[in-house]
Design a protein around this ligand. Sequence first.
Ligand SMILES: O=C(O)[C@H](O)C(=O)CO
Ligand SMILES: [Mg+2]
Length: 261
Amino acid sequence: MPKFSANLSFLYQDLPFLDRFVAAAKDGFGALEYLGPYAEPKEKIAEALTSSGLKQALFNTPSGDWAGGERGIACLPDRVEEFRAGVAQAIDYATALSCRQLNVISGLVPAGADFDILEEVLVGNLKYASVRCADAGIRLLIEPINLRDIPGFFLSRTDHAERILDRVGSDNLYIQYDFYHMQIMQGDLIPTFARLKDRIAHVQIADNPGRNEPGTGEINYPFIFAELDRLGYDGWVGCEYKPKSGTSEGLGWMNPYRKRA
Ligand SMILES: O=C(O)[C@H](O)C(=O)CO
Ligand SMILES: [Mg+2]
């Protein structure tokens, strides 16, 4: 049976951030995730997590000026120091929240930049971060993201993610496989997942087009959930979608997967 994690950067947007924790628990999620916890002190987040009774599945390492349009800094040559300081901050928060996974957002390709140099920087940063995370008992992940939603994003395909993993050469670096992004970029969702399953530590879902709830578009999620079970995936399934009309109201798709008392 799939285990669902509520992505609080997408769900419960009508509630203040820390109130989303209990709302997710009430709706039957087992864990939560979000872009980053850094706007709040870690003690406050730990308290909200404890009150909710949920697990912290994952969050991203600091990803630059998100509101200003940045989408990660890990491939940017002039941001290496900032990236590495961010890894320390992320590990500090993750340790306080008993969170065992951190995701790295690669960054946008700057105009005129040399792609090989950016890849070199990303590989160096991931070598550094995968060791720091391993020391703290945390898995490090990278996520390919579709180029329609984020034009110019550095990492958009699984074959590129595989090459990065090979080049980093760490047994503590994994792929975050977001079915929505991969439907847009590649299709062939389950064969690709099956081939890469030992390298995938976290999956995320949303339907396409629209990035709304499962069942609102072209992706056959009942089939995907059954395949995740059949293939022995036992990680969290991150619900990273834009609810069409209210988070709780739109959770009907989850009913077949709720544990029966
Ligand atoms: O947007 C996504 O798919 C991500 O998972 C993310 O964390 C930021 O872009
Ligand atoms: Mg995602």
